[in-house]
Every structure is written in structure tokens, then in C-alpha cells.
Ligand binder design. Structure first.
Ligand SMILES: Cc1cc2nc3c(=O)[nH]c(=O)nc-3n(C[C@H](O)[C@H](O)[C@H](O)COP(=O)(O)OP(=O)(O)OC[C@H]3O[C@@H](n4cnc5c(N)ncnc54)[C@H](O)[C@@H]3O)c2cc1C
Length: 329
């Protein structure tokens, strides 16, 4: 009798969960993530009872494949449409509020809700940081932090930012595929809970010529608590030039600029927190939807393969799992 094939997927974001779900039935699939919860950059942070979607803000649906995949989750209330009025701040002043021209969706009632639902069909192992993937003979060994015992797999799929994959995989993997050329922008995220809403109301705003590039009223998203909460993303270029400055200084600067842009008096800020995303969104993508090395039996995928958003992560995960199924025949 042939032995059951063992496949490890590293990363519980939209890409890794798509891969792990799609490979069910192809062997024993184990998914590992270093975090305490699933979702990756589709993240929600709770602070003293308040919730902030501090990573991805929303997602658009541009392909038939993604639309069909999402349909049951929209029906089951895990995903909902968000229809804020969107404001533009630029050097020319403030543009009129308007609705988006295409549909925008969010996890319901949190950004993590979709990934939590996807994870129900998968063996997920959380708080498991993979430090190294080492090919030995016809196996790949996953080495974990905290001296956990290495585990052997037939195949390993890494679904996370390219730089994080290169840090785990043998050098020969990345150099053969030219993955070093992939670049990601960092981003600082400020999370604010305020005593009152910004007036006039701002539900979502895109900002130019400022250290801030995005503001959203988190509490305006469907299913969120009405106490005013705001998520503020820094400009990617500014974050790239300022990765090493003091985090308290960044927090103060973002708060100051938020108050100047919105007109909110600083004394109305009741809670403030900062998060730094080292690998936030793709600056230079790769040139394939996913990567498989059949000799090493290692694979890589993620939004960075051909884009920079949630739908790109899903498409990369689908591409990877379909190609891997062919390689397993
Ligand atoms: C600030 C910000 C704003 C964004 N805005 C939007 C937006 O509005 N719309 C949109 O569509 N997209 C947006 N994005 C991009 C979107 O979040 C990503 O495209 C998508 O979430 C990528 O999913 P992924 O599964 O490929 O990677 P990730 O979500 O990054 O998942 C990778 C996972 O791997 C895990 N991991 C990493 N290293 C290890 C290790 N060594 N061991 C174990 N686990 C590990 C991580 O914990 C993580 O859970 C934004 C991202 C950020 C950060």
C-alpha cells in the first residue's frame, strides 16, 4: 500500500488557506503559521474591547473565479459589502465625497472572518514559527522556533511575502527563480479610538502629498461596533524612507497629521496604537502566478507573484494548488 503524501503549507493568509483547502484529498495537509490567529495581512486587532482592521481595508472582486469563490461566504454573512462615501485629500484641497464605482467587500464582522471560516476545513497549527526548510534526501524538514522537533514533509508550499520565503528556503530556490527582484513596501498603521466622530464625517479617505495615504472609519464598516474607531495608513514611500525611526515619534506624527487633515481636536483621541508592517504591499511583483521547484519539491506563492491585493493572493493560491496537483500525479 502506498504511503500517504505529507504536504506542509506555511502561512494562513488568504493565499495559504486557498492552497490548503484546494489540496484537501491530495494527502495529509498541515498548515503552519507563526501568529496566534489566521488571516495574515487580512488582520483585525483588538485593543480594550475595540477592533481595528489594521491591515487590508477592503477587497475588490474582478475575476469570475474570485466572485464564485466568495458567493457562499457572502450568503453566510462572512463577507459583506462596504459602501462608504470616499473623500480625496490632495494638494489641491478636499474633493467631494463620492461612492466607489465598483463593489468593495470586507470580512464580516471583522476582516479576519473570511479566513477564520476558510480555516475550518484545514488542519491549522498556530504559534508555529518556521525557521528553516531543509531538504534532506527525498524529504523536506521544517525546523521550528523554540526547539520544537523538526517535521518531515514530501512537499512544502510557502504562502507569504517573498522575502520571508527566501529567508526559509535553500538559496538555490530563490536564485533560480529570480525572486530577489520582488520588493514590498512597508507601512505604518495608526489605530485610533475617539470620543466623537470626525465632523464632517469621514468614512474613507485617500490622501496624497502627505505622510498619511489612507484613513478609514473602521466603525463605519458593516457589523462593527458604533464607537468611533479609525485606521490610518502611512504613505508607503514615507514608511520606506523611515523604517528605523522611533515608533513613538511616528505615532505622534501620524496623530498630528490625522488631526490636521480631519479637523479633530487631539483631546478627542482616547486610545492610540501603532503597528509596523515590514512587508505590506507589493512594490515590484514577480512574473509568474506561482512557483514550483519539482526537484526540491518546494513551492512559493502569494499576492506578490502577480499583484498586490487579496484577490491576487487568492488567484496565486489557486494557480499553485492546480499546478501542484499536476506535479503530484
Ligand atoms: C497596510 C496594508 C493595507 C492593505 N490594503 C489592502 C486593501 O485595501 N485591499 C487589498 O485587497 N489588499 C490590501 N493589502 C494587501 C493584502 O493584505 C494582501 O494582498 C493579502 O492579505 C496577502 O495574503 P497572503 O496570504 O499572500 O499573505 P499574508 O496575509 O501576509 O500571510 C502570510 C502568513 O504567513 C505567516 N508567516 C510568515 N512567516 C512565517 C514563518 N516563518 N513561519 C510561520 N508563519 C509565517 C504570517 O504570520 C501570515 O499569517 C494591504 C496590506 C497591508 C499590510
Amino acid at each position: 500500500m502506498s504511503k500517504v503524501r505529507k504536504i506542509a503549507v506555511i502561512g494562513s493568509g488568504i493565499t495559504g488557506l486557498t492552497v490548503a483547502r484546494n489540496l484537501q484529498g491530495e494527502g495529509e495537509i498541515q498548515l503552519y503559521d507563526k501568529s496566534t490567529g489566521v488571516g495574515g495581512r487580512m488582520a483585525t486587532r483588538s485593543k480594550e474591547g475595540h477592533y481595528f482592521d489594521h491591515g487590508a481595508q477592503f477587497f475588490t472582486v474582478r475575476t469570475k473565479q474570485f466572485k464564485e469563490f466568495l458567493r457562499p461566504f457572502i450568503s453566510n454573512d462572512k463577507v459583506a459589502r462596504w459602501e462608504p462615501k470616499v473623500l480625496g485629500f490632495s494638494e489641491y484641497g478636499t474633493s467631494h465625497k463620492r461612492y466607489w464605482f465598483e463593489e468593495h467587500y470586507v470580512g464580516f464582522p471583522k476582516m479576519t472572518s473570511l479566513c477564520k471560516q476558510l480555516a475550518k476545513d484545514v488542519n491549522v497549527n498556530l504559534s508555529m514559527t518556521v525557521e528553516k526548510v531543509e531538504p534532506v534526501g527525498d524529504k523536506n524538514y521544517l525546523h521550528f522556533a523554540n526547539k520544537k522537533k523538526p517535521l518531515a514533509f514530501d512537499w512544502v508550499v510557502a504562502a507569504m511575502p517573498a522575502a520571508q520565503i527566501l529567508a526559509l528556503y535553500p538559496d538555490s530556490f530563490g536564485s533560480a527563480l529570480n525572486l530577489e527582484k520582488v520588493k514590498m513596501f512597508p507601512c505604518y498603521t495608526l489605530m485610533l479610538q475617539t470620543a466623537r466622530k470626525v465632523q464632517p464625517l469621514i468614512q474613507a479617505a485617500s490622501v496624497q502629498e502627505n505622510i498619511i495615504r489612507w484613513i478609514s472609519e473602521n466603525s463605519s464598516k458593516p457589523g462593527r461596533h458604533p464607537i468611533p474607531t479609525y485606521v490610518v495608513h502611512s504613505s508607503y514611500d514615507w514608511a520606506k524612507d523611515n523604517t528605523h525611526i522611533d515608533k513613538l515619534h511616528v505615532q505622534n506624527l501620524l496623530e498630528k497629521n490625522f488631526c490636521e487633515l480631519t479637523g479633530l481636536d487631539h483631546e478627542y483621541i482616547e486610545q492610540s496604537d501603532l503597528h509596523f508592517w515590514r512587508h505590506a504591499v507589493t512594490e515590484t511583483p514577480a512574473d509568474s502566478a506561482s512557483y514550483i521547484d519539482r526537484t526540491l519539491r518546494l513551492a512559493a506563492c502569494g499576492d506578490w507573484c502577480s499583484g498586490q491585493n487579496i484577490e491576487d493572493g487568492f488567484l496565486s493560491g489557486m494557480h499553485m494548488s492546480e499546478n501542484l496537483k499536476k506535479a503530484l500525479i
